[in-house]
Write a protein that binds this ligand. Structure first.
Ligand SMILES: [Zn+2]
Length: 282
């Protein structure tokens, strides 16, 4: 039930928003460095995430990786870990706080505490033209979590095994020597690649709509540190109707990894971990 309004309700609502984290002090996006590194880079690995399944891949610091739509519109759920320490993983919440609800070229995927450094930089996004639509929807969100069997069970009592959460769990277990139960604890909130989402303006609810992605579209990243990645081709397909079932048309996603010419990375080094001293006031 709606609470009673105070007499100065309109005045309180009229307060102007202030950006929480002005990001003009972040390390700048050095476009010419990334363009030069990408020019002439050689394809070294190609991995396919089958529909309603996930694939893992390893990317060395200084390589590029590209996630591509191939046979039809399909969204992907991406997890990233430091290849040498799974406790450093992609932090979608802080990436959202720093860059906004959706990410595109020039923005970074940040890692968890206490590391908080760029894991990957988005160097190319063929859906960058989409911008923000009339519904407040945009592409490549860091607001969703990942479709999972627990929420499905909570809402409808289902036992569905090919949600992105389970796909990512299997992929990580296969890529490491972890059991499924151990691997599951490392699966985290994702970058929703190609997914078109937003919040409804009236109720603030998370919505999805048909992804504008088409075969040939891609998003490309520069790996700032050595990465282990896992990508799930979501059972929601283009996410125009539903997920967490086998109802939607689903297509594979391709990950390509590119090795730059060594001279193009001269002088470049992976970013240091965060400089906070971790004494926490003691
Ligand atoms: Zn999913």
């Amino acid at each position: 039930m709606m609470s009673d309004q105070p007499s100065d309700a309109d005045e309180r609502r009229a307060g102007r928003p202030v950006i929480c984290y002005p990001n003009d002090t972040l390390p700048p996006f050095d476009r010419s460095f990334y363009l030069s590194a990408r020019d002439g880079a050689e394809l070294v690995t190609r991995v396919v995430a089958d529909p309603r399944d996930a694939a893992s891949f390893r990317v060395d610091a200084g390589q590029f990786f590209r996630i591509m739509s191939v046979d039809g519109p399909q969204v992907g759920d991406l997890n990233l870990w430091n290849a040498h320490d799974l406790s450093e993983r992609f932090y979608s919440g802080k990436t959202r706080a720093l860059h906004g609800t959706h990410v595109t070229e020039g923005e970074r995927l940040w890692s968890s505490f206490p590391f908080l450094r760029p894991m990957a930089t988005i160097t190319k996004d063929t859906l960058g033209w989409y911008g923000m639509d009339a519904f407040g929807g945009s592409v490549h969100d860091v607001i969703g979590t990942r479709c999972d069997p627990y929420t499905g069970n909570l809402l409808s009592g289902s036992q569905y095994h090919h949600c992105c959460h389970s796909n990512l769990t299997r992929a990580l277990a296969d890529a490491t020597d972890l059991s499924l139960a151990e691997a599951e604890t490392h699966v985290h909130d994702v970058l929703n690649v190609f997914m078109c989402t937003g919040f409804t303006r009236d109720t603030g609810q998370y919505f999805m709509k048909a992804s504008p992605v088409r075969p040939g579209d891609y998003i490309e990243f520069f790996a700032e540190i050595d990465l282990l990645g896992a990508l799930s081709a979501c059972p929601g397909g283009d996410c125009s109707a539903e997920h967490s079932s086998n109802a939607a048309a689903c297509y594979p996603l391709v990950v390509e990894i590119y090795q730059p010419r060594s001279d193009r990375l001269a002088g470049w080094e992976p970013p240091q971990i965060n400089g906070y001293d971790r004494s926490h006031g003691r």
